[in-house]
Design a protein around this ligand. Structure first.
Ligand code: AHR
Length: 497
């Protein structure tokens, strides 16, 4: 294959990479909470009931902002059901996923877990069936000093000091007709504005995420965002966007080109924010919170989404393969390339439900998508650089022309990190990396994920079929790097500069 030349320049900086783009998402959905992070009867349970094996795997992912408790679940959730002595918490018929929710895990357990894991907690209030006042009370429960009603409840539940939750989402996917309490944009905007005002009156230090379009395919796409931002923009710091992608047609080359449409979605949402800012002659710039993203398409039928009134049913337990891992890397490349506008992003989700980690009784499996995330997160500090990419490409069926090599780069403190995805199904890709005006002095580390074919995956029987490995096909010549990427691979490289 013809060589790809990646030219970088330290002055062509996009913006510092916000560590919160390496966030995650935990929803009361299937076996994400119960049998996922929390399972007091597991041999792996710690003294608080958290699964140590799962937490150890998650720790390697060094996630930052962790969104909870949903998702669709949030739109029917009443947070007071999940606090206080466990034996008096109600058992609820949960409607988003048609499951039984015993409320054994709630706000205080999530905060404990966040502290253990060094996560920044990010709570989604219920603007589907909940009220603005209920949202405001949750802020008091979490953030006010003891001495008033809800803060005293927290103290009585064992936490005298406030939980200090700074990031709050104003509902979930309220533009989706499937959402409990779904309403048109103007009605959501009024609800969210009422909640936002009460929440910020309770704690002016919090940051709010307004629900933006959760998919590009609804007829309300963009119009929803304009309406919502015009109405509540003054109260919110971020607007959310979601994206799930899949290889429904069994066309790997096309699937790997989906990054074009992720870039486009980000740029369109940013355009909506800029449009509203200009129209309102406002000084306030809204940033993007990509608070759900992943590959999800094999388990979308009701067989996988309806819990049939079971507790912890097996729902949306997607099993990921190599091409999915490359697409996950593509999402991360896109977030890094848009570091000036994407400030928060949450991989949906973290365990069992569309997740990198999978449990089966006391066993645990790491899916393919686990590895690129860990490779990127180890190299997340610094400023995103614009890359000039010159090399071969192809016209994809659905997403237009793409370079064969998808890439991003971060310039850190004396280090350059480069991320490369080779989308070729068959060919080794030679890549030349040149950082203008600086010398690449040494290869500090290089890792790769690749495999025999796009569908290769990990199973409990062959758990290490696809995983990251030390990558040796990198050389320095005259202070520039020469890389030979195998077909269907993602590499993460760190150079001393
Ligand atoms: O992550 C699974 C679901 O996808 C979430 O609950 C919802 O917000 C989205 O539709």
């Amino acid at each position: 294959m013809e060589q790809t030349l990646i030219t970088l320049h330290p002055d062509y900086a996009i913006a510092p990479v916000d560590p919160r783009i390496f966030g995650g998402f935990l929803e009361h959905l299937g076996r994400a909470v119960y049998q996922g992070v929390y399972q007091p009867d597991s041999i792996h349970a710690d003294e608080e009931g958290f699964r140590k094996d799962v937490l150890a795997a998650l720790r390697e992912m060094r996630m930052t902002a962790l969104r909870y408790p949903g998702g669709n679940f949030a739109s029917g959730y009443h947070w007071q059901d999940g606090i206080g002595p466990r034996e008096s918490r109600p058992r609820i018929r949960e409607l988003a996923w048609q499951s039984i929710e015993p409320n054994h895990f709630g706000t205080d357990e999530f905060i404990k877990l966040s502290r253990k894991m060094d996560w920044t907690p990010m709570l989604t209030v219920n603007l589907g069936t909940g009220t603005p006042e209920e949202a405001r009370n949750w802020v008091e429960y979490c953030n006010s000093p003891a001495g008033t009603k809800y803060a005293d409840m927290r103290a009585a539940n064992g936490s005298r000091d406030p939980h200090g939750v700074k990031l709050w989402c104003l509902g979930n996917e309220m533009d989706g007709p499937w959402q409990l309490g779904h309403v048109p944009a103007d009605q959501y905007a009024i609800r969210a504005q009422q909640a936002a005002k009460l929440m910020k009156d309770t704690d002016p230090g919090i940051e709010l995420v307004a629900c933006g379009s959760c998919t590009t395919s609804l007829p309300t796409y963009m119009e929803w965002d304009r309406t919502v931002l015009e109405y509540i923009g003054g109260y919110a710091e971020y607007v959310s966007l979601h994206r799930y992608v899949g290889n429904e047609n069994g066309d790997t080359a096309d699937f790997l080109a989906v990054t074009n449409s992720i870039d486009k979605q980000i740029e369109e949402m940013d355009a909506a924010c800029r449009f509203v800012q200009a129209r309102l002659r406002s000084k306030k710039r809204h940033y993007l919170c990509f608070d759900e993203w992943n590959v999800w398409y094999r388990t979308t039928s009701s067989e996988h989404t309806n819990g049939r009134d079971q507790f912890a049913p097996h729902l949306i337990e997607e099993e990921y393969n190599l091409e999915d891992a490359l697409v996950v890397a593509g999402f991360l490349n896109s977030f890094i390339r848009h570091a000036d506008v994407v400030k928060i992003a949450n991989l949906a989700q973290i365990v069992n439900a569309i997740a990198p980690i999978h449990t089966r009784n006391d066993e645990m499996l790491l899916h393919t998508i686990y590895y690129p995330f860990v490779m990127y997160v180890r190299r997340r500090e610094g400023v995103a650089l614009q890359a000039m990419v010159k090399g071969p490409g192809y016209a994809s069926r659905s997403y237009g022309y793409v370079n064969t090599i998808d890439s991003s780069a971060i310039l850190g403190d004396g280090q350059l990190h480069v991320f490369l995805v080779n989308r070729s199904l068959s060919d080794i890709a030679p890549v030349h990396i040149d950082l203008i005006g600086r010398q690449l002095k040494r290869i500090e580390s290089a890792e790769i994920v690749t495999g025999a074919n796009a569908q290769a995956r990990n199973t409990f029987e062959r758990p290490k079929n696809i995983c990251s490995q030390v990558f040796t096909n990198v050389q320095l010549r005259e202070s520039q790097a020469l890389v030979e990427l195998p077909p269907l691979s993602v590499a993460a490289l760190t150079f001393r500069v």
